[in-house]
Design a protein around this ligand. Structure first.
Ligand code: RP5
Length: 203
């Protein structure tokens, strides 16, 4: 009789090899699909990794879907749990990945990123992913960042890693200081647009 559980015969060996490297890094970055990576675009998991690199947080990336590769999800979450690693998980649509990872990794922090499809796939513009991730049942918490806020997930993870790695804490401090320094003190001096000025003079 056919076994309908996916057993991923082609990818399983490579996947397990990569998963075993997880113990060498700070954060597991998982995404439900290659379409969640979005190289060069803010809002995808690429943006999360960009910030992790900037803050010297080490990471290992994986594509694993709660629906298409459930065995990978279970294996990865378990390994992260026993290795005390932080999980960042991004998914779109019916985004069960962060919640499923938390179910299999109850002792460690899981940060969920609701991905907005680009182009939109579900017509719900990321609201489906946001609600799927944030509305976890009592006892199974997933820290949820805003829709497409993959960079914020990296900053949140860095603040956790910084609790035990001073170089990451220092890098985060520099990042935040730079961000503050780039906020102007006030908007430019107000200048009345010419048309309005002229109209104003006629009165
Ligand atoms: C989710 O379904 C993924 O996280 C992705 O955001 C969405 C669509 O996946 P693809 O059809 O692009 O692979 O599981």
């Amino acid at each position: 009789m056919a076994d309908f559980m996916p057993d991923e015969p082609k990818t399983w060996t490579d996947f397990v090899k990569r998963a075993k490297e997880l113990k060498k890094v700070d954060v597991l970055v998982a995404m439900g699909s290659i379409s969640d990576w979005r190289e060069g675009i803010a809002g995808g998991m690429w943006d999360c990794v960009r910030v992790l690199v900037e803050l010297s947080v080490t990471y290992q990336t994986f594509i694993t879907s709660a629906h298409r590769t459930p065995r990978r999800v279970e294996f990865l979450a378990h390994r992260a749990n026993i290795s005390n690693r932080i999980i960042i998980a991004g998914a779109g649509g019916a985004a069960h990945l962060p919640g499923m990872m938390k179910a299999h990794a109850p002792s460690i922090p899981v940060i969920g990123v609701p991905i907005i499809g680009n182009p939109p796939k579900t017509g719900l513009d990321g609201m489906d992913a946001l609600l799927s991730i944030v509305q976890m049942p009592p006892g199974v918490p997933v820290a949820t960042v805003g829709m497409g806020a993959a960079a914020n997930a990296a900053l949140l993870a860095a603040s956790m890693v910084g609790l035990y790695r001073p170089n990451v804490r220092d890098a985060l401090h520099r990042y935040v200081t730079h961000q503050s320094d780039n906020v102007p003190v006030a908007p430019p001096k107000f200048v009345m647009p010419k048309a309005k000025k002229a109209a104003g003079k006629k009165k």
